[in-house]
Design a binder for this molecule. Structure first.
Ligand SMILES: [Zn+2]
Length: 382
């Protein structure tokens, strides 16, 4: 069986311009590499009306349990302003011990490290190793991991533990593992008044002061003080709009958008109820109507640290000399889908430059992460 070097794999993977949801050949490339290591590979293409099809990959080595799964994504965010990059984002280059290119830490290089680790892991073991790779994590994620999880459920495929390779470290490799994530809900609010002449307010109903009242009240809800594992829930108003082209007209409607990142003291439903009560009350009192809709990106969740979590934490500490913090901070990740079928933790590279120009990773971190992934396999299948 071949041995794969992590830096070479990372460079090859980065050179596919796989901006969400374009596959650009990444799934075929990964299948080829994994087949050469004995994996059975299944490329899963999902499509929905109005959306471009998305390619995903489920690859598995061995048949028996326990099944240890690595999850990640090959899609990347657009490079942004090409003139600001010092290299072509899809022609990765090495400068001063850093690999630079789009996906260097989020998260093609992490996938490269895991495949390199598997190629070194040549011993006989009881169980199986699998990879769940999606091409739509950075986008709306409708035909990505969510659909793969539904497919695995239907096929009665079991995963016993999942390691998600997202960049979890803020500044230094070893600082942070994620054992859960906050939930995210966005509310789209509309308040309807009655249009009229500003000089005749009694014959109109201005929605502007009403929407500001509502926003003021939801902004001031004390959601919670945080928990042992989570920071306090937080609401941000992100848009307030009144589409009015005249200065002498009371507008007919006002709209606003707000987002809440919430911990496991709340669910999207409990939050919706809270907000809807405030909307109803204020609008009733002010004799106006409203409309509201919500998009839920994910509920808050946590994988209560078990012996595998502790083993991974100790392995990271052994290699990096840093004891990683078990955190639930940051945005959402595909662990929100996978946790429905398996306990999950996340550990990957340093994310300081993710989504930025000149996305970069230390070559020595690639080596260390490969060793960490290798030792995690060793310990898991001991
Ligand atoms: Zn990512």
């Amino acid at each position: 069986m071949p041995y794969y070097n992590e830096t070479k794999l990372a460079k090859e993977l980065i050179s596919f311009p796989s901006i969400t949801p374009t596959d650009a050949g990444t799934m075929n490339y990964l299948s080829k590499k994994l087949k050469s290591l004995g994996f059975k590979c299944k490329i899963l293409e999902f499509k929905t009306k109005d959306l471009k099809p998305v390619k995903n990959l489920y690859a598995k080595l061995g048949k028996s349990r326990p099944n240890f799964c690595y999850a990640g994504h090959t899609d990347v965010v657009p490079p942004g302003n090409l003139n600001e990059w010092t290299v072509n984002p899809f022609k990765p280059a090495i400068k001063k011990n850093h690999l630079i290119g789009r996906g260097a830490n989020d998260m093609k290089a992490s996938i490269a490290c895991f495949i390199s680790a598997v190629s070194k892991f040549k011993k006989k073991f009881n169980g199986s190793i699998s990879l769940l790779i999606t091409g739509d994590e950075e986008g709306i994620a409708i035909n990505g991991t969510k659909k793969v999880v539904e497919y695995l459920k239907k096929k009665k495929e079991k995963i016993d533990f999942c390691l998600v390779g997202e960049p979890t470290n803020p500044n230094k490799l070893g600082q942070m593992m994620k054992i859960g994530r906050r939930g995210s809900i966005t509310g789209y609010l509309k308040v309807y008044g009655t249009q009229g002449h500003v000089a005749y307010p009694l014959q109109a109903k201005n929605p502007a002061p009403i929407i500001t009242k509502i926003l003021n009240q939801i902004q001031n809800i004390k959601l919670d003080n945080g928990t042992k594992n989570f920071q306090p829930s937080n609401l941000e108003i992100v848009k307030i709009n009144i589409n009015n082209t005249a200065d002498n007209v009371i507008p007919a409607e006002a709209t606003a958008t707000f987002n809440v990142r919430f911990n496991n003291k709340h669910s999207s439903n409990s939050l919706k109820k809270k907000f809807n009560n405030i909307l109803k009350k204020i609008c009733k009192k002010n004799k106006c109507t409203f409309g509201v809709s919500y998009i839920v990106s994910g509920e808050a969740f946590i994988t209560t640290p078990n012996k595998t979590t502790k083993m991974i934490q100790n392995t990271i500490k052994k290699i990096t000399k840093i004891k990683p913090k078990l955190s639930t901070s940051g945005g959402t990740s595909d662990a929100r889908f996978i946790r429905k079928i398996s306990p999950c933790v996340e550990f990957g590279l340093v994310g300081k430059t993710m989504h930025k120009v000149d996305e970069t990773v230390l070559l020595s971190d690639l080596k260390k992460l490969t060793t960490i992934y290798y030792e995690i396999l060793e310990n898991y299948f001991k």
